[in-house]
Design a protein around this ligand. Structure first.
Ligand code: HSE
Length: 384
């Protein structure tokens, strides 16, 4: 296999390092903003040196972002090249276009590193869904957020923990994609499309991040025997999908509560096969690069197509998705009064509330500049 590498950042450099001694998977050309000694004569600053090179049969795209990644992946596929990417932004935004084009051109398109960092989650999901109906996918899907929350539990500040997550190579170039939830949302969307064999638009899934979490919120939850995580969840029934990304609290001792540092825990609930969970490093150079290399080996060995064929739209309907929340806010609001089950110091514990209704309420407070924190308490059957 002759590989053209589009991008030589955290993940691209890791892929090149892992493959350096591998005669079967040769990185023959590297697109980068600058040349280094390791790249030697393989270096180019022109994408066409890779996309138009007939000797290159497989392109690895690890640039991040939507443009020009989308155009270059499409051009590679049109030239009959297989594509492996770790870029969830482009896969989520251009899911239908890229899956259709890979099918039309009969090339492989793999993106296992796009969800779960180093966890072979999408390939496992692909295998189990051939045999069983996936009822739900869920988990902690962002290593940076999990690392930040773990550091804050130890007393660290949000800002310092975020800086460390960037220095360790966990965070996205624009870390708001991590802390505000879009990165988790994209991973949930890609996982759901594959699990439920259809297309779910990113913007139909309500999403909140961890930016408003304070150390005292984590201490309050700890007193209740709970740990905070950024939780992604999607379930499908009769063609309708319930889905959300939001901070959620899990009982100490549960598997999700035990996920610390940059680890992810991702799982699925199957009709016959019970619940499966996968744990591993969800972010970082070598774990993520490993998943890219596994995809390359799969392409070399089997030339498999994309993980799922279905592209018919599946719509999000969260009317039945209700959760209890712990809320910290100074706002006095009739909606909040109506949903209050009990007051507990600076916090309110709510009655079960519809998730989209709660998100709309929280957004309205934030739009008025009112600080607010909310942690959902998902029902155990959602994740076990
Ligand atoms: N920024 C991502 C994370 C990288 O922190 O999980 C891996 O997808």
């Amino acid at each position: 296999m002759n590989i053209g590498l589009l991008g030589y950042g955290t993940v691209g450099g890791g892929v090149d390092r892992i493959l350096r001694e591998d005669p079967a998977l040769k990185v023959t050309r590297v697109l980068s903003l600058f040349s280094t000694e390791e790249m030697a004569s393989r270096y180019t600053d022109r994408a066409e040196d890779i996309l138009k090179d007939p000797a290159i049969d497989t392109v690895v795209e690890v640039l991040g972002g939507i443009h020009p990644a989308y155009e270059w992946i499409s051009e590679a596929m049109r030239a009959g090249k297989n594509v492996v990417t770790a870029n969830k932004a482009v896969v989520a935004a251009c899911y239908r276009e890229l899956v259709s084009l890979s099918r039309e051109m009969n090339v492989s398109f793999r993106c296992t590193a796009a969800a779960g960092g180093g966890i072979p989650w999408l390939t496992s999901l692909e295998r189990v869904k051939k045999n069983d109906r996936v009822e739900a996918v869920f988990g902690v899907m962002n290593g940076s957020c999990n690392y930040i929350l773990s550091e804050m539990e130890k007393g660290g500040s949000f800002g310092a923990a975020l800086k460390n997550a960037q220095a360790l190579g966990f965070a996205e170039r624009d870390p708001s994609a991590d802390v505000d939830g879009p990165d988790t949302l994209r991973k949930l969307m890609i996982s759901s499309c594959i699990a439920f064999n259809g297309y779910i638009a990113e913007d139909e899934i309500p999403c909140r991040g961890i930016r408003t979490v304070r150390t005292e919120d984590l201490a309050f939850l700890k007193e209740k025997g709970l740990k905070l995580k950024l939780f992604a969840y999607a379930a499908e029934k009769d063609g309708k999908v319930a889905a959300a990304v939001e901070p959620a609290a899990f009982p100490e001792g549960s598997a999700l509560a035990g996920i610390t540092k940059n680890l992810n825990l991702i799982g699925c609930r199957l009709q016959y096969g019970g619940t499966l969970t996968f744990t591993g490093e969800g972010a970082g150079r070598y774990p993520t690069a490993e998943n890219v290399v596994r995809d390359l080996r799969d392409v070399a060995a089997f030339r498999p197509a994309f993980y799922a064929d279905g592209l018919q739209p599946l719509h999000v309907d969260n009317t039945a998705l209700k959760r209890i929340y712990y809320v910290r806010t100074s706002a006095e609001d009739p909606f909040l009064e109506k949903i209050t089950a009990e007051k507990d110091g600076a916090y309110i514990k709510t009655l079960p509330v519809s998730v989209p209704e709660m998100h709309a309420f929280l957004s309205s407070l934030e739009a008025d500049g009112t600080p607010v924190f909310a942690a959902a308490v998902p029902e155990e059957e959602a994740y076990a």
